[in-house]
Design a protein around this ligand. Sequence first.
Ligand SMILES: NC(=O)c1ccc[n+]([C@@H]2O[C@H](COP(=O)([O-])OP(=O)(O)OC[C@H]3O[C@@H](n4cnc5c(N)ncnc54)[C@H](OP(=O)(O)O)[C@@H]3O)[C@@H](O)[C@H]2O)c1
Length: 336
Amino acid sequence: MDEVKLNIFGFGNVGRATARILLEKESVFKERYGLVFKVLSISDTSGTVWLPEGIDLHEALLVKENFGKLSAWINDYEVYNLSPTEAVREIEGDLIVDVTNDKNAWEWHMEALKIGKGVVTSNKPPLAFHYSELTEKAEGKGLPYLFEATVMAGTPVIGLLRETLLGDSIESIEAVLNGTTTYILTQMEEGVSFEEALKDAQKLGIAERDPSGDILGIDAGYKATILHCLAFKPITFDEITVRGIADVSMEEVRKSRREGKTIRLVASIEEGAVSVGPREVPRGSPLAVSSTQNAAVMKTDLLGELVIKGAGAGLRETASGVVSDIVKAALKIRGA
Ligand SMILES: NC(=O)c1ccc[n+]([C@@H]2O[C@H](COP(=O)([O-])OP(=O)(O)OC[C@H]3O[C@@H](n4cnc5c(N)ncnc54)[C@H](OP(=O)(O)O)[C@@H]3O)[C@@H](O)[C@H]2O)c1
């Protein structure tokens, strides 16, 4: 049985969902892959809980859910005040799992790779701004740097581009990559105003408390940048064009509906050209998704048109991508 030591950064929605799945699937990982995961540290913004013998994830979940912060854990565990870079350097581990929303996380991803640790992340900005540096460093070191959950949650669009379509050349990708904007546009079709629809989305937990990243198209832009890096060549978010849905009027939404179409925030990705913006799509199009579903229509030279559609958000759905990457990374580290 191979033991793989994890350092988890971020114990919010996705971090906790990942911990729950690590618990729930413990026997599956043992039986199917011969892997045992031991979590040596968990960090949130209040501190880092670190135990060389391995942290009890049930207890960690109870502390975070009851007290809101890991630093409230005072019984058997020491809570350290370390920056992420210090935690990466000082705490033993094979793999760091970054499920934070820290925009500067690329710095400590780089540190992990430099000292021989693999990285799994659901955090988009490191990839959207530093794809080349990070993936080149990982390759040079022979380490896994995996990020399935950054685009379309656990729906395996990254794996498809990175590991499956190895002989095809991608010609274009069109995709709906943000569920919050789909929800708001769908509500507007029902006559609900933009402002009301946004409030509803926040109440339902679909939109973030600060929804600007979704509304302005930044979240979809990060994801489109990552897809371009995989399908064509590395670029950064600064090189793409983004327009959000804030100026889509009720009248435009109604007109599309009358004409049998629907407006979605669509990312169009071709070699050297990425744009995100509201676009009319026919009702029967694979891009006419609803709720938090995402879809991508890819055109390749060999396969022609390929559609991948599935959950684009949600906790277990995102954790599915994170956990798949943890298993993949562990198998790579163990040389399986
Ligand atoms: N939710 C989804 O459906 C989804 C889907 C795909 C990708 N993602 C991405 O996955 C990541 C996590 O999402 P989430 O929904 O779980 O967010 P969240 O609930 O806001 O959790 C973020 C966590 O990161 C911690 N954190 C932030 N900066 C940190 C730092 N420097 N060091 C240590 N911990 C830090 C926060 O600590 P505190 O608890 O102390 O605040 C919190 O525990 C984000 O990057 C998000 O974009 C989310």
